[in-house]
Design a protein around this ligand. Structure first.
Ligand code: SAM
Length: 370
């Protein structure tokens, strides 16, 4: 395998050599490395630095970039695992060249996680994490990181695959990214509850083609019950922009109060908060001196997430304008008008056109009029 050096954050590792003009077609590199996931790894390193677990497992390490960054950019002892022997050769090379104290293993992730415990378990598979979630919950002492790149099933574009993998009904709406994030979170919370573990989201977000969760788990039946109480549904009107959130185990049956159509439930999904404000504030403080792989992406993401209202759906600002046949002015004017009327209102982290507000639709429409 021809290798080239890449630097991400403060960490330099070797990865399979790519001709920039002729990149490997997806899935054909001898060992996987994707520089577009630098932001995903930046947030992992920041979370690990905030939570300081006693150990960290990169369960599917590939080149080892994630585990190497955690090992090199925090004080936490790391284990890097992959079932592919070629990946293990590369990981070993990278760990040695960085001089970090890391444990390298060539195991099936589920079998390793069924046998050993770690303070922080991180899942970053190809596509869906669903086959690994159960073992990861049993393996983690406290923290869990999960990446999903199967956004089509999670967000409702591949409905049947979404139902099979996540035992929830997604919905392909203008806020499908939010739905996908909350369906994955709800699915992990239900798996954790099986083992009397509750989940607290520390920092969860969606970006481009992936969803990323960072969770704290607590072993207690009461904590698990509290998590289950956060499950619910978003009900969407198929004919107009009306939507509502319901925190309930079984979905109710509703008609739209504006147009009388039957609302479509999507879920079960997580309806609670998706960030811990103290952890997020700590990440923002740390990011000011942190060497990120994607500095611009990271500062924008953290700032928008800090100010994003705690609501399980959003509105596409242009679609609202189209529906009401209005040509809306600047998005910040709309948000300020909503806030001036006493409603909470803010941008969403996954779309430049998305807004979240607890204002009813007639108020949003009034505030859209220039
Ligand atoms: N975490 C890496 C990063 O940040 O660049 C990327 C991981 S890559 C998407 C997925 C890796 O999971 C591959 O290297 C693959 O060999 C490994 N893998 C897939 N199934 C596995 C399993 N059951 N056990 C262990 N490793 C597995």
């Amino acid at each position: 395998m021809d290798l080239t050096w890449v630097k991400e954050g403060r960490t330099t590792i070797a990865v399979p050599c790519q001709n920039p003009d002729v990149p490997f077609p997806p899935g054909t590199a001898p060992v996987f490395y994707n520089s577009r996931m630098a932001l995903n790894r930046d947030t992992t390193v920041l979370i690990v630095r905030q939570t300081n677990p006693h150990s960290y497992l990169d369960a599917m390490a590939a080149s080892g970039i994630r585990g190497c960054r955690v090992g090199y950019e925090s004080e936490v002892p790391v284990t890097l695992n992959d079932r592919d022997p070629l990946a293990i050769d590369l990981i070993t090379h990278n760990v040695q060249s960085l001089g970090i104290d890391a444990h390298v293993m060539c195991r099936d992730a589920n079998s390793l996680m069924s046998e050993e415990k770690f303070g922080f378990v991180d899942l970053d598979p190809f596509g869906t994490p669903a086959p690994f979630v159960d073992a990861a919950i049993r393996s983690t002492g406290k923290y869990l990181g999960v990446t999903a790149t199967d956004t089509a099933p999670l967000c409702g574009a591949h409905l049947k695959a979404g139902i099979r993998r996540y035992m929830a009904r997604p919905l392909n709406t203008e806020y499908h990214t939010e739905v996908g994030l909350r369906i994955l979170l709800g699915n992990v919370a239900r798996h954790a509850a099986v083992y009397d573990k509750g989940v607290t989201p520390l920092f969860c977000y969606a970006h481009e083609h992936f969803v990323r969760l960072h969770l704290q788990l607590k072993s207690s039946a009461t904590a698990a019950d509290k998590s289950i109480a956060r499950l619910g549904y978003v009900h969407q009107c198929p004919k107009c922009p009306y939507r509502m959130e319901e925190q309930r185990f079984f979905p109710g049956i509703y008609t739209c109060p504006l147009c009388g159509a039957s609302l479509t439930p999507t879920g079960p999904l997580w309806t609670g908060s998706i960030h811990d404000p103290d952890i997020l504030a700590g990440m923002i403080r740390d990011s000011e001196t942190f060497t990120a792989g994607d500095p611009a992406g990271l500062s924008k993401l953290l700032a928008v997430c800090r100010d994003e209202p705690d609501i399980s759906f959003s509105y596409d600002y242009h679609k609202l304008g189209k529906y009401y046949r209005l040509s809306p002015g600047p998005i910040d004017v709309l948000l300020n008008r909503l806030r001036d009327k006493g409603y909470c209102a803010g941008r969403v982290h996954y779309s430049g056109y998305g807004i979240k507000t607890d204002a009813p639709l007639e108020i949003i429409r009034d505030c859209l009029i220039q």
